[in-house]
Design a protein around this ligand. Sequence first.
Ligand SMILES: C[S@@+](CC[C@H](N)C(=O)[O-])C[C@H]1O[C@@H](n2cnc3c(N)ncnc32)[C@H](O)[C@@H]1O
Length: 302
Amino acid sequence: MHKSVLLEECINYLNIKDDSIMVDCTLGYGGHSSEILKRVPNGHLYSFDQDDEAIKSSRDRLNSIRDNYTIIRSNFVNIKEELNKLNINHVDGILYDLGVSSPQLDEGDRGFSFHQDAKLDMRMDTKAKLSAYEVVNEYSYDKLVDILFKYGDEKYAKGIAKSIIDNRPINTTLELVEVIKLGVPEKYKRDKHPARKTFQAIRIEVNDELNVFEKSIKDALDLINVGGRICVITFHSLEDRICKNIFKEVTKIDSSLNNLPVIPDEYLPNFKLIKTIEPSDEELDENNRARSAKLRVIERVK
Ligand SMILES: C[S@@+](CC[C@H](N)C(=O)[O-])C[C@H]1O[C@@H](n2cnc3c(N)ncnc32)[C@H](O)[C@@H]1O
């Protein structure tokens, strides 16, 4: 079962009104979507997910609340195009709860977990072309080193990439774990799981997670109405940095204006940072997945 992270905080900070048009970019198992839907009796909820299993399991949950929602089976990179197709050009609130859900991790056959044996896959969208198998078995040494450094911050990227090249073909997750262990020093295996960073890097590459999020959040800023808010929950520093930098960029005041006694309205930014929140100690005790979570909230003010 998926336990939603920072649920109460998201719902409070989204400033939902009963006629709000809301977007949940990451429906998952419907935890956030169902709480949003309860609060928009006269509005509408549009929920995106690219994973058929997630959509199947959350439909009943949403149906038990009411029917003023639409599930969009698409990557959220298409947020603008998909909403425009439905004649929606502006919305009142947008949520991203990034990454994979607990069922995606736990269902052995998806290949996300380094604890369970499965075919190398890691696609959130099972219709996508690139899977972990191609990354592991077809990428060059240089390309592997690059993604392990860039997306995994893996200091033994070179050793692991060499071990992968030397041991091909690699078919399953647990085979990959053994190959990773051959590429790292003994002491590295004692601390955290030695495959953790490599699996993160491959998953980000397979789903193009960082590029997709960067494009989508920029489109989300265009879609949001004045007074509307965007909430983003990230789970690692790479996606958090993208969010932080984009939010900083759209909320900054040109430094040359700081000397003016009053800054004219037209020079003030369109967005205001509302808050950055980390899970409470209580939530951390109850939900291991909340460990590295961070929620950033921004509002369109003009
Ligand atoms: C952390 S879970 C969301 C959990 C949800 N908030 C809940 O409370 O049940 C993330 C979900 O977003 C989906 N997802 C991740 N990236 C996506 C993307 N680029 N486009 C569409 N869905 C995506 C995943 O398939 C997964 O189901």
